[in-house]
Design a protein around this ligand. Structure first.
Ligand code: SAH
Ligand code: SF4
Ligand code: F3S
Length: 458
């Protein structure tokens, strides 16, 4: 089988789990679709032309499927993910050669769908939001998803009830739900036993996590992370994506208390204008965000922030945009993603009057990205000359080199022996390149998290 994955980290996790689900049926991952007897296209609906992109990829896969059929080989073609959820019927109408359409909440039923598709000879569609949680029915995760098997994603929460004006996620992923803490802890332990050293907890609103705890109570994300931090060998924890509204005091305190929790937080703000934040239904103002950043920095002084921004949301004026630039200058981001507003069918903002003209969106995006780029370059340049712990995850591009990540999620490469993959080592950063840092190994005996007294850099 061959899985093509688009979209967010949760789709990466889902693709790995779909592979796990199909393993007992004899399917094994292969690198290219032309040698696969099953191809899954795991799709994303978040922005522009998502559906067109799917149909154009399906056109390519159809050619492969037909060529294989001419040689007497069958190919099961499945479309999964958020476009499948939103436009399942349309996919079957426009691409009748697709065998299976399934949403993000039903992939534990894939084996049954494969069997039904084989029997019926017609297409199978399953875009329910079942009452049962798929996690209760999935086989145990086979292991990590990223190269080297050192860093892995783990979904703990899914769905969203926040209904931001611009966003399709509440419609494609369904209502918020959290996995029980024990199920998460068990999966994390298996990952660590398989060599994982860093886990990134995933959720559309990961800090809205409220899972059943083994003590009969409801656990917050902070409580869950405190328990995860007790797993020996789990050196690094991260979580994404969090919503500013759900940053509770206990979560801020976790940044102070847990050495395994990396000092880097992706905290989308979207806009720095109160008017826009309210139109977007974000549920907080620009100063709330500034104060939250202050609290985080008080708890963990070296914390670096990353964010998402949207320019050109309906109604955005020059003054609103200027307020966004102002917030960026005040906060200072180590990294960020920024997008032109893209109307999504069925969301409130799509039908709003005062849509912003495309050229104006382009102009604002350019100005915003120039400022963010400046901040990112300054942040990276600031690392040069410092000694930082790097978790090595994979061989580098040049022989003798390894690639890894700093605590602030910067890509770092350095000459190092392959035996260091899966371990943290101290690296002195020598150069800052466009999207990575290069450095020299200074020490190699660090294998666990760094306490606040140890993380001061040279
Ligand atoms: N749950 C996260 C966001 C998930 S979507 C949060 O609440 O912030 C990832 C990012 O895509 C969003 O933060 C937003 O910046 C962007 N995005 C979502 N819908 C969009 C749209 N219709 N147009 C442009 N960007 C969008
Ligand atoms: Fe979308 Fe808003 Fe939910 Fe994030 S919080 S997933 S942007 S609706
Ligand atoms: Fe895309 Fe769905 Fe993720 S729309 S961003 S794949 S939740």
């Amino acid at each position: 089988m061959h899985v093509i994955t688009w979209g967010c980290q949760m789709n990466v996790y889902d693709s790995a789990r779909m592979t796990d689900v199909l393993r007992p049926l004899g399917y094994r991952p292969v690198d290219a679709p032309d040698t696969a007897d099953m191809v899954i296209l795991n799709t994303c609906h978040i922005r522009d032309r998502a559906a067109e992109k799917v149909f154009s990829e399906l056109g390519r896969l159809r050619v492969i499927k037909e060529a294989r059929a001419a040689e007497g080989r069958k190919t099961v073609l499945a479309v999964a993910g958020c476009v499948a959820q939103a436009e399942g019927k349309e996919i079957l109408n426009r691409a009748p050669f697709v065998d299976i359409v399934l949403g993000p909440q039903t992939y534990h039923r894939l084996p049954e769908m494969v069997a039904r598709a084989a029997r019926a000879g017609g297409a199978v569609i399953d875009t329910d939001f079942p009452v049962e949680q798929k996690f209760d029915f999935l086989p145990e995760a086979a292991g990590p998803q990223l190269p080297g098997g050192v860093s892995s994603f783990l979904t703990v929460q899914e769905g969203c009830d926040k209904f931001c004006s611009f966003c399709v996620v509440p419609y494609t992923r369904g209502a918020e739900s959290s996995r029980p803490a024990l199920s998460v802890l068990a999966e994390a332990r298996r990952m660590v036993a398989g060599g994982v050293r860093e886990i990134t907890l995933l959720g559309q609103n990961v800090n809205a996590y409220h899972g059943d705890g083994p003590d009969g109570g409801t656990w917050t994300l902070a409580a869950l992370m405190r328990a995860l931090a007790d797993i020996p060998g789990l050196d690094r924890l991260r979580y994404t994506t969090s919503h500013p509204r759900d940053m509770g005091d206990d979560l801020v305190a976790a940044h102070r208390d847990l050495p395994q929790l990396m000092p880097f937080l992706h905290l989308p703000v979207q806009s720095g204008s109160d008017r826009m934040l309210s139109a977007m239904n974000r549920g907080h103002g620009a100063d709330d965000y500034r104060r939250l950043v202050d609290r985080l920095r008080a708890a963990r002084p070296d914390i670096a922030l990353s964010s998402d921004f949207i320019v050109g949301h309906p109604g955005e004026t020059d003054a609103d945009f200027a307020a966004t630039l102002g917030l960026i200058r005040d906060v200072g981001f180590a990294q960020a993603y920024s997008f032109k507003y893209s109307p999504r069918p069925g969301t409130p903002a799509a039908g709003a009057p005062a849509q912003v003209a495309e050229p104006l969106k382009d102009e604002r995006l350019q100005a915003l990205q120039a400022l963010l780029r400046e901040q990112q370059d300054a942040f990276n340049a600031d690392t040069v000359g410092r000694t930082v712990p790097v978790l090595f995850t994979n061989p580098g591009r040049k022989p003798g080199q390894l690639g890894g990540r700093s605590p602030w999620l910067q890509a770092v490469h350095a000459d190092a022996p392959a035996t260091l993959i899966g371990r943290q080592a101290m690296v002195i950063i020598e150069r800052s390149l466009t999207n990575s840092l290069s450095g020299r190994l200074v020490e190699e005996d660090r294998t666990s998290g760094f306490r606040s007294t140890e993380r001061a850099c040279a």
